[in-house]
Design a protein around this ligand. Structure first.
Ligand code: BES
Ligand code: ZN
Ligand code: ZN
Length: 496
């Protein structure tokens, strides 16, 4: 794909990109831009179905060198999110053509939608920018001497509609956050250790204008970060908490939104070791934290909300040695809650517990959102279509639902109930980290976490174990990490 995608400030583009609705010819607005008629005839060819993401190309005798007509699906029910998929197809066609510049004029087709469709060209531009940016991601840094180097082109985007163009800029910024999350996710566990994540966070914070503090060693002990210390103690790669802080230009006039991310750089299961097939891919057990890391970049560079945002990345490696924590250990958290460890593979909730306690006690949060690859059970329940979401605060939940719709990072509500909290009671300590019954595993996780959130603080838990990666190409994504959550959280913070 491309080395970089940016918005051009001047000059002209070699490729023209137009949109076409399913079963329709090229619309009159797009025809005006299609001086030679090459797009109109491409749009009438059999392959130009107008199905979402269909591509037909034409070669004008004058003006642009090439025109790409992308399908937008049925006119009825058009939503901006479709443009992420369309953008994925456009990006692949542009890359195949080795294009260096493109005139994005998809908005010409959208301008004719009825007013009742309420299609906002800024939101359309954002979705298009997100799709183009996401489709351009690649991870080649670990290719060695046995792989031939690819020559990648830089793509410059032109657009003559101010609203759509403003959206494109925003979308590219959101895609950058998503791509930062994907690159971190993809980084193997022998490189991406907790302290490596901390180093990357410091670099990012310096560039984006965020404050970054790393809690490690004695500080973790002094502040009783029990989960991080216990989960992380078997590994020579020591645990840490990374605290990132965004402050609006007007200063700290409001309480912050606090984001807490599970950042397990490798989950072997610990002494409750995973079976071999279940361990592969557990470098991605850091993806909750990675999504929040990427979101903080987008928040600082494009969202710039009028409210402080604090991120707590709970980083540890769940490994095995004679120093490992064990099933049967009882540990006590900062808020006084005692936990009987029944399964060292239910480690995510232990490190999140530290972050939730800290957030409630120290950050004066207006709301807390935690994000984690917490349970295999959520994959069974929702697949990769929705993340599981637990949130009993109506306002926060409405904000998250809106953000999910805007980002197309979907969340589905699952329940809290006193009976689930009861399920987590231990016969010897306050609670255990995994109940002896194989019931409602994702809900058990949420119920466990609820013991570490003070009453009255709006809180949402998002389990992304099914959505953080994809095993096949889908929309603008290639197989691999999706960065799920980076855009959801950015959109949520913008609306809060
Ligand atoms: N990291 C895993 C959850 C996971 C599974 C993430 C699949 C991504 C894909 C988590 O730490 C874990 O092992 N959870 C256990 C919990 C159980 C022991 C209560 C699980 O889901 O089996
Ligand atoms: Zn685990
Ligand atoms: Zn885990």
């Amino acid at each position: 794909m491309f080395e970089a995608v940016s918005i051009a400030s001047r000059g002209s583009a070699r490729v023209l990109v137009l949109g076409q609705f399913k079963g329709e010819k090229l619309d009159t607005n797009s025809k005006k831009l299609d001086v030679s008629g090459a797009a109109a005839s491409a749009a009438e060819r059999a392959e130009s179905t107008g199905d979402l993401g269909s591509i037909a190309e034409g070669f004008p005798a004058e003006g642009h060198e090439r025109v790409i007509v992308v399908g937008l699906g049925e006119r009825d029910g058009f939503v901006p999110s479709r443009l992420r998929t369309a953008a994925g197809a456009v990006a692949r066609a542009l890359s195949k053509a080795k294009a260096v510049s493109a005139d994005l004029a998809v908005h010409a087709a959208l301008a004719r939608l009825p007013k009742s469709a309420k299609v906002d060209l800024h939101a359309c531009g954002s979705a298009m920018g997100e799709g183009l940016g996401i489709a351009s991601w690649n991870y080649d840094t670990l290719r060695g001497s046995a792989t031939a180097e690819k020559d990648r082109t830089k793509l410059a985007l032109h657009c003559d509609d101010a609203k759509f163009k403003g959206g494109l800029t925003r979308g590219l910024g959101l895609a950058e956050g998503t791509n930062i999350a994907r690159t971190l996710s993809q980084t193997p566990p022998n490189i991406a250790t907790p302290m490596w994540i901390a180093g990357e966070a410091k670099k990012m914070a310096r560039k984006a204008g965020l404050k970054c503090t790393v809690f490690q060693g004695k500080k973790l002990e002094d502040e009783r970060f029990t989960g991080l210390l216990e989960v992380g103690k078997a590994s020579e790669n020591k645990p840490c908490m990374v605290r990132l802080e965004y402050t609006p230009t007007r200063g700290k006039t409001k309480d912050p939104v606090v984001l807490v991310g599970k950042t397990i750089t490798y989950d072997s299961g610990g002494l409750s070791i995973k079976i071999s097939g279940g361990m592969r891919g557990m470098k991605r057990d850091k993806d909750g934290g990675c999504a929040i890391f990427g979101a903080m970049h987008s928040i600082a560079t494009v969202i710039k909300p009028n409210r402080p945002v604090v991120a707590l990345l709970m980083c540890a490696e769940n490994s095995i040695s004679d120093e490992a924590y064990r099933p049967d250990d009882v540990i006590e958290f900062r808020n006084g809650v005692t936990v009987e460890v029944t399964n060292t593979d239910a480690e995510g909730r232990l490190v999140l517990a530290d972050g939730l306690c800290w957030a409630c006690e120290k950050e004066s949060p207006a709301a807390i959102v935690d994000m984690a690859t917490l349970t295999g059970g959520v994959v069974v329940a929702l697949g990769s279509t929705y993340a599981g979401m637990w949130c009993d605060d109506d306002g926060l939940r409405a904000t998250l639902d809106d953000a999910a719709q805007a980002s197309d990072e979907r969340v589905w509500r699952l329940p809290h109930h006193p009976e689930y909290r009861q399920l987590m009671r231990s016969p010897i300590a306050d609670i255990h980290n995994s109940a002896p019954v194989r019931q409602a595993h994702p809900i058990q996780g949420a119920a466990f976490l609820s013991y570490f959130v003070e009453d009255g603080i709006p809180w949402a838990h998002v389990d992304i174990a099914g959505t953080h990666s994809t095993d096949k190409e889908s929309g603008p994504f290639i197989a691999g990490p999706t960065g799920f959550g980076a855009r959801l959280v950015s959109e949520m913070v913008e609306r809060f």
